[in-house]
Structure formats: C-alpha cells, structure tokens
Ligand binder design. Structure first.
Ligand code: MCA
Ligand code: AMP
Length: 473
C-alpha cells in the first residue's frame, strides 16, 4: 500500500500500518525501541486523552514519553509547547504564561499549578482521526531575541511538511536511511528535523540521549545530524570519527562549522559534511545537496520553494557576486506564522514586500551558493548551537542584589563557537562568580549560564552612555 502526504506523519498512516507497513524500529530513544504500530497505538491513546485541549506543554526530555506526547498531539491536532527540561523559574513561568498552555502532557516540573495528563506507555487505541487543518499551529517553539524574554515561534503543519519534504529532496533522504542524533527535543533541529523528519520520511531514528562521539560511532546509522560542537568533538576522537565514514551523509547546522573541523571530518570519514542553514522561524532554507558541491564555509543553495536576496541597511539590493555582503532575506513555504502575542516583533521581521529578515549577514555567489558571514546583532549569541539573547541573561544577572551593571557577550570558543561571558560591575562587598552563574541557572535554562564572569570597575560606554560591547573581549 502506498502512503504519504498530506498526512504530516506519513509513515504512521493507520491504514498502511494495518496493511503491513510496520517496522520494528521506528524510534529508538531512552533505551527503548518502538515499532510504527507501538507508536501509533500509544500516541493515539494520548490523542484521545487530550483531544479537547488547544495547547499543552511537553517537558522535552529525550524519552519515549516525550515522543508519544508530541505524536499524540499531532494526531489530535493539539498545539505542542516544548519546554526545555532544565528551564529555570523565570523562563518556565514566561513560557507557560505566554503560551497559554492548559496542561502538562507527560512529565511535569513541580509547582506550576497546571494539571498533568499522564502519558501511558502501554495504553493503545486504534481510533482514527481526520488529518488536522494544515494551516493549524503544530508547535510554539520559544527562541531568544536580542532583548527580553524568549518569543514563541508559531509553526504550522503545512510549514513543517514543506520544510521536511524540501530536505528529503536535497539530501536524498528516504525510508532506507537510519537517522542518528542526540540533539535536544525542544528546537527545530532535534525535534522537527530529527524526530518528525523520520516519521514523515519513514526512516528509523536512533536518539542517543546526548550527542557524544561514542554514541554516534556505536549507533551505525546512515544519516547523522549534529551542531558544529558535536562535529568538533567527533574529530577529537579519530577512531570514532572513522566509524562514521560508513554513513551516507553527515549533516551539520545550527551554527557555523569551522573550516578546520570540516576538513578534519572529511579527512577522517572520507566524506565532506553537508552544511545547511536555518532558523527557528524559517526551518531550513539553505543546504548543500547530497549530490552537490560541499564547500567549507558555505551553506549551499536554497532548498525547494525558497528564494533569497541580500539587502543593505537602506533596503537597497546587494549584488549576488560572491563578495558583496548584505542582510539575508528569505521567502518560502516553511516559514513561521509569527511570534505568539507579539505582532510588533513579527511585523519588524518582515519587509513591506513580504520577505523575512533573518538578521544574518551573507554573501551569495553568481551560482546561488550562500556563505553566512555573521549576525547583524552582537546581542544574539550562538553557543553549542543554542541561540541565546544577551538581554535575557543581563536581566537575570541584574536580578542579583550584588550586580550593579552588566554586559553579556559571546566570545570566540573552539568548542562552543561562542561562549557566554558576563562583564559585571559588582556592588560593594562583591560576589562570587559561581554564585552568579548558579543564579542565572535558577532563572533560565542551564545552557544559558555564563561560562565565565569577569569583574570590571566600569563598562566601556560611548558619549551617549551606551555600552560599547565591541570593546569587551
Ligand atoms: C555548562 N556546564 C556548566 C556551564 N555550562 N557548568 C557551569 N557553568 C556553566 N556555565 C556544564 C553542563 O551542564 C555539563 O554538565 C558540562 O558543563 C558540559 O557542558 P557542555 O560543554 O555545554 O557540554 P554539553 O552539555 O554536552 O553540551 C554541548 C552540546 C549542547 C551537546 C553540543 O550544546 C547541545 O546539545 N547543543 C545543541 C543545540 C541545538 O540543538 N540547537 C538547535 C537550535 P553535565 O555533563 O553534568 O550535564 S538551532 C535550530 O533549531 C535551527 C533551525 C537550525 O539551524 O538547526
Ligand atoms: P535558531 O533560531 O536557534 O535556530 O538560530 C538560528 C541562527 O543560527 C541563524 O539565524 C544563524 O545565525 C545560525 N545558523 C544556523 N545554521 C547556521 C549555519 N549553517 N551557519 C551559520 N549560522 C547558522
């Protein structure tokens, strides 16, 4: 039996599974393996329990329960709000309040006041649901801006389907692949590409818990996803890296892959990594193709349905000559539907003629290949592939009584790309750096903690009193 789109999770088509299109190893996670029918039966049972909700929060630990919760919501047409499992108090409170989540589905932190709907691993239902409206919001994903609390990116089912199909085409990704990754399940990379991708394409997926070189080498997949930090840790272990030479495709994204890491990975595995570029707001818009040229430092060409252009600060066109630098703007069917409750921020990101301003600075060559040069704002930091807004960390630090002034920056780091460093002017009496780092961890996710605190007497300011972050290094 053939099956496929328009079902978002095409490989979980009930009729096809009933007719024998099952596989024993659809999802492996958390030391458990689920067949397609296990997954469909248990997730449909989840769907039955939450079908009347609009929006639920899912604590996105890498577990079977998280997979069932997400798939159950997608079957029932309920919007999922993935919550980082290590969210601090302020971040958790913000996500729950802003999203309007009505309940926790599966695991839940203590004391949030929301009801908890359990996810039962062994319950089964074979009820069939009609495919929800493609325009409906499948996920609200929280992501950092330069200032303020994270914003909720609304991604529709149609955008996700278009984004995944474009990648399947660019990477020749089929049911014959086995995907391996260990990325967090609360961002586009790990959750949408890394979990929904396999469930749409029909390829088994192995989630390794953490993306360690050891786990990647042991998994024996054909397709691997990693952020650059993962690949730079892989090349530090040549024996393990060589194991990955047996794979069909190694894909890097979420941050710039340093050229030396690209080259060393190529040397050790016998194949150059495929680089792709995207954002929470846009999914993946640019990629090297499986059958295309893989050039270090470049992220390829627009995937199917995407158009790109460069604009200068005045909004004027910048030539696509491989040298001229401009603000990257994109269009495509996989873009988001705006930030929840933030029409102001949504409007600011779009041009009058309907292009999305990525905030990244790029060059495009005459053949349509793209190189990402950097970000327009110094206040968006990428550390280990995570996007972190300096403003959110500064607010957390200013909430500590010993902090008088603070400026947070991302400084170059061989392992993480950038590491978060806070320059702090302390009040009389001072404070311990470890105490400040722990204080941030109580407010926001663990990966947003500064790696380093540098105490200074004063912050460099211009004549207007504005902090000169470029002078902090
Ligand atoms: C970390 N540690 C700290 C601090 N930071 N301790 C004290 N102070 C700190 N400031 C601890 C950690 O908790 C950990 O402890 C240990 O130090 C090692 O941390 P780290 O070096 O960060 O390693 P890691 O925890 O293994 O994380 C590296 C990582 C991770 C696995 C690469 O950063 C990661 O999963 N990144 C993926 C991000 C991602 O998926 N981004 C996608 C968004 P312990 O060992 O005890 O826990 S981008 C996206 O979705 C778009 C669309 C796209 O383009 O893909
Ligand atoms: P996020 O919303 O967390 O997905 O972060 C999106 C940002 O990550 C983009 O705006 C870029 O700055 C950065 N990014 C993603 N992929 C790449 C890549 N391949 N090369 C350079 N930067 C990237």
């Amino acid at each position: 039996m053939s099956y496929g789109p328009p079902l978002l999770l095409a490989s979980l088509n009930p009729a096809a599974i009933a007719a024998g299109a099952d596989i024993p190893d659809a999802v492996t996670i958390d030391d458990a393996t689920l067949s397609r029918s296990d997954l469909l039966g248990a997730a449909t049972s989840v769907a039955e329990r939450i079908a009347r909700a609009d929006r639920v929060a899912v604590l996105a630990e890498p577990t079977v329960r998280t997979v069932l919760a997400v798939v159950g919501c997608l079957i029932a047409g309920v919007t999922v709000v993935p919550v980082p499992p290590d969210s601090g108090a302020a971040e958790l409170e913000h996500i729950l309040r802003d999203s309007g989540a009505q309940a926790w589905l599966g695991a839940a932190p203590d004391g949030t006041g929301l009801p908890v709907v359990p996810v039962r691993l062994h319950a089964r239902s074979w009820h069939t649901y009609p495919e929800p409206d493609p325009a409906s919001t499948a996920f609200i994903l929280y992501t950092s801006g330069t200032t303020g609390a994270p914003k909720g990116v609304m991604l529709s089912r149609a955008a996700i389907a278009a984004g995944l199909d474009a990648l399947a085409e660019a990477w020749d990704w089929t049911w014959k692949d086995t995907l391996v990754h260990g990325l967090p399940l609360f961002h586009v990379h790990g959750l949408i590409l890394g979990l929904l991708g396999p469930l749409r394409v029909g390829s088994p997926v192995i989630h390794t818990g953490k993306p360690t070189p050891e786990a990647y080498a042991a998994a024996g997949g054909t397709l691997y996803f990693g952020v650059p930090t993962v690949w730079s840790r892989v090349v530090e272990k040549p024996e393990l890296a060589r194991e990955l030479g047996k794979a069909r495709l190694l894909v890097s994204g979420s941050a710039p892959l340093p050229v030396p890491v690209f080259e060393r990975l190529t040397e050790l595995t016998g194949q150059a990594p495929v680089e792709r570029y995207g954002m929470s707001e846009t999914m993946i818009t640019l990629s090297t193709r499986a059958d295309g040229e893989r050039r270090p430092g470049w992220v390829g060409t627009p995937v199917r349905g995407v158009r790109t252009r460069l604009r200068d600060e005045a909004g004027e066109p910048v030539p696509h000559d491989g040298e001229s630098i401009g603000g990257l703007q994109v269009r495509g069917p996989m873009l988001f539907d705006g930030y929840l409750n933030r029409p102001d921020a949504t409007a600011a990101d779009w041009t009058d003629d309907g292009w999305f301003r990525t905030g990244d600075v790029a060059v495009i060559d005459a053949d349509g290949r793209h190189r990402i040069v950097g970000r327009e704002s110094i206040d968006l930091i990428k550390s280990g592939g995570y996007r972190i807004g300096a403003g959110e960390i500064e607010t957390a630090l200013l909430g500590h009584p010993a902090v008088a002034e603070v400026a947070v920056v991302g400084l170059p780091d061989d392992d993480l790309g950038q590491r978060i460093v806070a320059f702090v002017v302390a009040r009389d009496g001072g404070v311990d750096a470890a105490e400040l780092i722990a204080h941030v961890g109580e407010q926001v996710s663990a990966h947003k903690r500064p790696r380093e605190i540098r105490f200074v007497d004063a912050l460099p300011r211009n004549a207007m009193g504005k902090v000169q972050k470029k002078l902090l290094s």
